[in-house]
Design a binder for this molecule. Structure first.
Ligand SMILES: Nc1ncnc2c1ncn2[C@@H]1O[C@H](COP(=O)(O)OP(=O)(O)OP(=O)(O)O)[C@@H](O)[C@H]1O
Length: 328
């Protein structure tokens, strides 16, 4: 195996009763990569992450962290790994600092080394002002940051973060993304998220799963290229010119479809091209020739949310699927 391949899954499968939550997932994350793990609720993201971190056994398949099989070498694998679980169960009556002290001990750090590691982790997630406070008195955002500090405390090579920005306000989300970006060059990072803009800002590669299976694997640009908006032209005119714009655009050469949306006095048109037709300049010239003022015009790279919707089902598992499958 390549030395820089730090997270590896091969044909991972996990069943709960007869329900297959993870169905043959294979993936690899190299050092320097931030892999975004996307999928609708119940698609199997958390289950896959729990298997990769050694918290849940797979029914079959292989999971490795830095070349260490997580089933055969659970302790060695966990030393290489920082994990932020979903919702981050924390010891509520401990102070944030006490909890990090406890984690440092578990990680084999003591004395000055523990103190420095706690200081550094707490500082990078802006936790220092609340270290003395019991975790139960902290806001959701601060609790999430305690979870993150815990995951990065021992400066691991691999980070597996289950919805790291969940529950954070926009400023906190931004801070956490910056932190992940800063850490990225020296680590292999896997994050699950429902926030698609996060994916564009952070991830070098994306995997979308649906009903336990990988349905897309590529860069954000690859995924956008799969959206029907890829190569479309979006333009805005003032609504009092919308009728004129519409009749001018409707007969355009190379156009297959035209969408129209009105909001706040502006009308937005989306022009879908035939094959690889370039509609940007023709649209500009056509509307200009009709004396219509274009407020804004752009060629679209594609939309991740659109590709995501086309690739996934709105509900990964029905209630009936799960009815008798609950395992304590
Ligand atoms: N212990 C369990 N017993 C039975 N079914 C389970 C168990 N754990 C997970 N599942 C089922 O496996 C499927 C995958 O769940 P998982 O939590 O991995 O999805 P997810 O993609 O992380 O979803 P979300 O985005 O909601 O966090 C779901 O249908 C879930 O109900």
């Amino acid at each position: 195996m390549h030395m820089d391949c730090m997270i590896k899954a091969h044909e991972l499968t996990r069943r709960f009763g007869s329900f297959v939550a993870v169905d043959g997932i294979s993936l690899a994350v190299q050092k320097g990569e931030v892999l975004g793990f996307l999928g609708p609720n119940g698609a199997g993201k958390t289950t896959t992450m729990k298997i990769l971190t050694g918290f849940l056994p797979a029914t079959s398949g292989l999971a490795e962290i830095c070349g260490l099989n997580v089933t055969d070498h659970p302790i060695a694998a966990r030393q290489k790994l920082g994990y932020l679980p979903e919702g981050a169960p924390l010891y509520d009556d401990m102070t944030a600092g006490g909890f990090l002290q406890f984690i440092a001990q578990v990680r084999g750090l003591s004395g000055m080394a523990a103190k420095e590691a706690i200081q550094k982790a707490a500082q990078s997630v802006h936790l220092l002002p609340v270290l003395h406070q019991p975790i139960e008195t902290l806001s959701k955002g601060y609790r999430r940051r305690v979870g993150l500090a815990q995951a990065i405390l021992h400066d691991p090579d691999v980070l597996i973060l289950d919805e790291p920005t969940d529950g954070l306000d926009p400023n906190q989300k931004h801070e956490v993304r910056r932190l992940i970006e800063q850490m990225a060059p020296n680590k292999a990072i896997l994050i699950s998220t429902h926030v698609l803009e996060e994916v564009e800002a952070l991830c070098s590669r994306l995997i979308i799963i649906d009903r336990g299976r990988i349905v897309a694997d590529g860069t954000p640009a690859d995924l956008k290229a799969r959206s029907r908006y890829h190569g479309a032209v979006t333009l805005e005119v003032s609504t009092d010119q919308a009728e004129a714009a519409r009749s001018a655009l409707a007969g355009m050469e190379g156009l297959t479809d035209l969408e129209q949306h009105e909001s706040g006095g502006l009308t937005r048109f989306t022009l879908f091209p035939k094959a690889k037709a370039d509609l940007l300049d023709p649209a500009r010239m056509l509307l200009g020739g009709h004396g219509i003022t274009i407020r804004q015009i752009a060629l679209e790279a594609g939309r991740i949310d659109d590709a995501f919707r086309a690739l996934t089902h709105s509900d990964a598992a029905t209630d009936a699927d799960r009815a008798e499958e609950t395992i304590a």
